[in-house]
Design a protein around this ligand. Structure first.
Ligand code: BYC
Length: 316
């Protein structure tokens, strides 16, 4: 086949919604876009463990502690599936870790905000995992097979995460006046950063149009953000909490909620590394990597020993 016919075959698979697999020919830019998105997604899962990990020792009951521990552990698992999916595109895990630890790679802006009270565990589960599911359910049909398959399991677990967050918010909002205040305060602080998670407006998103054409993204940033607002506003009513947006209004004609202007300067400032916790997150991540070196070395030495023992046995 000529490059031209490889390209035609690839386009045909995309048009017919046949997944692209690791050994299939793919345009360089498609591969690069996937490595960028999947690795950023993996880094987000790993850094996303930090704001919640911070609360494991301070959870208000043994049940809450066990649930939070399980959730944070799931996130480690999601990161690992995603790094594996990225590796199928020819990049090594060491390269990806290096990009994260040297600050070259991006991860979701949301994890650069602090978790100040227990109610933040509710708000993170409800809003951050809620936004994550909204973004990730369509990715179960993304055009690259290993990414799509990883997303199926991730979404099942995210759905449990979202419900545990909602349940914390429900308990607090039906509790004492102080608990209700904590829930509203957490909602006020996490609402806008959650809307930013979907990325810049479509008109200012350099990658959306091409990614939609390649069926990597099935919906645009603005479409997903709108779906999230519509669903979450109704959930806030159940909780009896007020959405911190004076411009929020049902628009009969559009059949959607209109909402206020997002502070995109804040978003870009956080993405560029100047959010409230960027430095702390990266330092914590690097420290964990350095302090975990002996575990990695021991695992490698063990694997080498087993390999050598097997070789001796086979030779005998
Ligand atoms: N934060 O052209 P655009 C989770 C960057 S983990 C930081 O729209 P794209 C969870 C973007 O990378 C949540 N940067 O890009 C874990 C690009 O910069 P580069 C993570 C952002 O890729 C633990 C530039 O802005 N989810 O759920 O078409 C606990 C222009 O943007 C952000 C995923 O990663 C942001 N929020 O669309 C709880 C999902 N937004 O790369 C929960 C998979 C944009 O050119 N990713 N940027 O330097 C995606 O769906 C897409 O990559 C995005 C962005 C919608 C995020």
């Amino acid at each position: 086949m000529t490059v031209h016919s490889f390209q035609e075959h690839f386009d045909d698979l995309i048009d017919r919604e046949v997944t692209i697999e690791p050994k299939d020919w793919m345009p360089d830019d498609y591969r690069k876009t996937l490595i960028r998105q999947i690795s950023q997604h993996a880094h987000s899962e790993i850094v996303g463990m930090l704001p919640e990990g911070n609360w494991i020792t301070r959870a208000p009951s043994l049940r809450r502690k066990a649930v939070l521990l399980a959730k944070v552990q799931d996130e480690a698992g999601h990161g690992l599936y995603l790094y594996s999916a990225a590796e199928t595109l020819g990049v090594t895990r060491d390269t990806l870790y290096d990009q994260l630890h040297t600050g070259k790679a991006k991860y979701s802006s949301i994890f650069n905000y602090p978790t100040l009270t227990w109610a933040d565990m509710g708000a993170v589960g409800w809003l951050v995992d809620g936004a994550a599911i909204m973004n990730q359910v369509p990715l179960c049909r993304t055009s690259y097979g290993p990414y799509a398959r990883a997303m199926v399991r991730v979404c099942k677990e995210e759905s449990f995460h979202q419900r545990q967050g909602f349940e914390i918010m429900l308990t607090l909002s039906k509790g004492t006046e102080i608990q209700k205040k904590l829930a509203q305060d957490a909602f006020n602080r996490w609402w806008w950063p959650s809307l930013m998670m979907f990325g810049p407006p479509d008109a200012e998103s350099p990658h959306t149009a091409q990614s939609v054409r390649w069926r990597i993204k099935r919906l645009t940033n603005d479409e997903l953000r709108q779906k999230f607002v519509d669903v979450t506003v109704e959930q806030a009513k159940v909780l009896g909490l007020t959405v911190p947006d004076k411009d929020l209004k049902w628009n009969e004609e559009r059949g959607h909620f209109d909402f206020g202007v997002i502070n995109w300067d804040e978003f870009w400032n956080v993405v560029k590394g100047n959010g409230p916790c960027n430095k702390q997150r990266l330092e914590t991540r690097k420290k964990a990597w350095e302090e975990g070196k002996w575990v990695r070395d021991a695992a490698m030495a063990h694997a080498e020993k087993r390999k050598a023992r097997k070789a001796v046995k086979e030779a005998a």
